[in-house]
Ligand binder design. Structure first.
Ligand code: PGA
Length: 247
């Protein structure tokens, strides 16, 4: 099965460097015969320009964020219909920085998911516990609540959603969960989703948090892990191409 390797550039890069980075990723992954699906999430101001560059390649472009509202008087926001108009096929929802730095509530994230589905944009729905929750052994109950928020009320086509498990404490810290904790978390997420509908077995689950060329291969041996969501290492063409080529 094809894995997904996603690169979240966050609020980094300039127009020129972003174009060069995406071009390097297209050439490098092609040269190394990368067999996985690659999705890059640049800052929104560069979406349409990068979308025109990846056009004929196997690399796809996604948005890091979307408005919870349809078009209208919402200064500073970008709607899902605008993403569709720009031919963007993927969008992140629920990334830890949106939840914890921008205080986006579960209800707001739910609205974003609906707006994206209305416009046929696939959702990468991020879930994960904070360090305190991890220490207090709350990981499973947090994951359960975050998954349920979306799956309880919505009938979802399996190909329209991807789950990304990103422990908040592993993002940008150099820390990754132990093998045992990862195995437990992935098994738990898989079972929780499957209970909603047997068809959900095919929904992909990614891991994110301090992924590097050094740990990507061993992380990917975790059962039920279908790919990676990479932050810091996706800003470096060589590191990102190495990860895409080694798993
Ligand atoms: P990181 O970020 O790879 O820099 O830890 C991951 C993410 O935020 O998606």
């Amino acid at each position: 099965m094809k894995k997904i390797i996603a690169g979240n550039w966050k609020q980094n890069g300039k127009h020129k460097t972003s174009i060069q980075l995406v071009k390097n990723i297209i050439t490098g992954t092609k040269k190394n015969k990368c067999k996985h699906e690659i999705i890059i999430f640049p800052p929104s101001i560069y979406l349409s320009s990068l979308q025109s560059i990846v056009n004929k390649s196997d690399v796809k472009i996604g948005a890091q964020n979307v408005s919870a509202f349809n078009d209208g008087a919402f200064t500073g926001e970008i709607s899902s219909s605008m993403l569709k108009d720009t031919k963007i096929q993927y969008c992140l929802v629920g990334h830890s920085e949106r939840r914890h730095v921008f205080n986006e509530s579960p209800d707001m994230l739910f609205e974003k998911v609906i707006r994206l589905f209305e416009n046929n944009i696939k959702v990468i729905y991020c879930i994960g516990e904070t360090l305190e929750q991890f220490k207090n052994k709350k990981t499973k109950s947090i994951l359960n609540a975050q998954v349920k928020k979306i799956f309880n009320k919505l009938k979802i086509k399996s190909t329209n959603i991807i789950i990304a498990y990103e422990p908040v404490w592993a993002i940008g810290t150099g820390l990754v969960p132990s093998d045992k904790d990862l195995i437990d978390a992935f098994k738990y997420i898989r079972n929780t989703i499957n209970k909603f509908n047997p068809a959900y077995k095919s929904i992909k689950i990614l891991y994110g948090g301090s992924v590097s060329p050094e740990n990507a291969n061993s992380l990917m041996k975790t059962p039920h892990m279908d790919g990676l969501l990479i932050g810091g290492a996706s800003l470096n063409a060589k590191k990102f191409i190495d990860i895409c080529s080694t798993i």
